[in-house]
Design a binder for this molecule. Structure first.
Ligand SMILES: NC(=O)c1ccc[n+]([C@@H]2O[C@H](COP(=O)([O-])OP(=O)(O)OC[C@H]3O[C@@H](n4cnc5c(N)ncnc54)[C@H](OP(=O)(O)O)[C@@H]3O)[C@@H](O)[C@H]2O)c1
Length: 250
């Protein structure tokens, strides 16, 4: 158990880190942990009140990360950054044949175009030696039924991390993706709430990984903090599953 005085406690001190999706779930939990570890936060999401609730003292920017004009305007006024945790995303379910093209477009915009635009417009704001973490998904590593457009978009996020790692390496900037399995967040709670059998669905979600449970926001935030900190300075261009071992087994 940490005494509260170890090196991790200030591992992000002096770093200015931007977090998207910071008004709930993984983005909110990560922003709060980064703050605890000494970072200065720039919080992005579409709902100002939610961003303020995450960290009242941070800078808050209501922004749709898939709106290029808005992202470009935000980037023009953004101060230099030492890191970004791009957690904003949205889940809509459906098979390839059962997904309306409007839903496919929405999944690409919310999950792939958003981080692409943030990297495109905010890349020049990253200081040399910065670190960027994208949020993919373990269902973009192995196919499951009924989340087709989301999975395809998240697979693009994984490759975006690798391409950015290559492009930014000359500036000493790292980029990695994390691929979470199911985590207790509003996204998963909403999906369960819409189910005819929430308890059964929850049990099935937990049963697909060897550790037999869902992950927690704190566990994902800790991995993101590690990747944003200097302790992971030789880690770039990878996609890291954080899924209770699901990716390791059939
Ligand atoms: N929970 C899981 O099991 C799980 C598993 C694998 C991957 N993920 C990924 O983890 C990330 C965080 O998800 P979560 O579980 O924490 O869900 P969440 O609580 O629903 O958070 C998603 C956040 O994204 C923001 N967002 C959505 N569309 C946006 C847009 N166009 N522009 C700006 N912000 C937008 C939302 O904020 P506003 O509505 O205020 O904009 C919300 O705060 C997502 O990328 C998700 O796909 C989650």
């Amino acid at each position: 158990m940490s005494s509260g005085t170890g090196p991790l406690e200030r591992s992000l001190a002096g770093k200015r880190i931007l977090v998207t999706g910071a008004g709930s779930g993984l983005g909110r939990a990560a922003a709060r942990l980064f703050r605890e570890r000494g970072a200065e936060l720039e919080l992005v999401g579409r709902r100002l009140a939610a961003l303020q609730e995450t960290l009242p003292e941070a800078r808050h920017s209501p922004l749709d990360h898939a709106d290029e004009a808005a992202v470009a305007a935000f980037a023009a006024g953004c101060r230099p950054l030492d890191g970004m945790f791009l957690a904003a995303g949205e889940l809509r379910t459906g098979s390839v044949e059962g997904t309306p093209t409007a839903d496919f477009d929405a999944m690409i915009r919310a999950n792939l175009q958003g981080p692409w635009l943030m990297a495109h417009h905010l890349g020049p704001k990253l200081r040399d030696g910065a670190s960027v973490v994208l949020v993919g998904s373990n269902i973009a590593l192995r196919a499951i039924p009924d989340s087709a457009a989301y999975s395809v978009a998240k697979a693009g996020v994984h490759m975006l991390a690798k391409v950015l790692a290559l492009e930014w390496a000359a500036r000493g900037i790292r980029c990695n993706a994390i691929a979470p399995g199911p985590i207790h967040t509003p996204m998963v709670e909403a999906r369960l709430a819409a189910s005819a059998d929430p308890a059964g669905d929850l049990a099935r979600l937990a049963a697909v990984n060897p550790l037999r449970r869902l992950g927690t926001e704190a566990e994902v935030a800790a991995l993101a903090a590690h990747l944003l900190g200097d302790e992971s300075a030789w880690t770039t261009g990878v996609v890291i599953p954080i899924d209770g071992g699901a990716d390791a087994v059939y």
